[in-house]
Write a new protein. Structure first.
Length: 201
């Protein structure tokens, strides 16, 4: 009995240590903090499906009439299924970590949210009256744009980045139902934001 209690105490201690390590990582990392928040929001929407309709991004006329401009940002908390969520979060991790190393935590937040805003504005402006958008893809494409700017600034060969961006746009056009306006708006916003934060270093 005593041995079982010792094992339980040891296992509990390990779990608490792991939890503490994870919390410290989230506190230090903008990238993993964003991933955690977006994934947590998706989980909440799975438990409360009606919540999604208050977070998605409608067209600009709806935003003007309702004054629900917060949707320009909350759209990043919504996704069209686990595959969509997984792809975006993997892209956020791959792009966010090197950019965070280059910019720092606070400036990565700036680039991410500027990209999200410009992508959402482009999406809502060109959306039809009865359509709505979901996902953080505008912000993700903004990180692509930021990575291209950083690569160009340090003299790296950015052709591979431009090819990846082009392939993603092509896939979006080929598949249909993909909000390329959000992608383009986010890409431009991310490039502009990256230029600005690099000038202030």
């Amino acid at each position: 009995m005593q041995l079982q209690l010792q094992r339980l105490a040891h296992r509990t201690s390990q779990q608490l240590t792991s939890l503490s390590t994870a919390l410290q990582l989230l506190k230090r990392s903008a990238t993993y903090s964003l991933i955690a928040v977006i994934c947590a929001a998706y989980l909440v929407q799975m438990l409360v499906p009606s919540l999604e309709q208050h977070l998605v991004l409608p067209n600009i006329e709806y935003l003007k009439a309702s004054n629900e401009w917060y949707r320009l940002f909350t759209v990043a908390l919504t996704h069209a299924g686990l595959l969509h969520l997984g792809f975006n979060m993997y892209s956020l991790m791959v792009l966010g970590n090197p950019l965070e190393a280059a910019f720092g935590k606070n400036k990565l937040f700036i680039v991410f949210f500027v990209s999200l805003l410009t992508g959402s504005l482009a999406s809502s402006y060109f959306a039809s009256i009865y359509s709505y958008s979901v996902g953080a893809s505008g912000a993700i494409f903004g990180l692509f744009g930021a990575l291209a700017i950083v690569g160009k600034r340090i003299g790296a060969d950015i052709r591979s980045i431009l090819v990846i961006i082009g392939i993603n746009f092509f896939i979006g056009f080929a598949m249909g139902g993909v909000d390329w306006h959000a992608h383009l708006g986010g890409l431009i916003g991310g490039a502009v934001a990256a230029n600005l934060v690099m000038q202030r270093r």
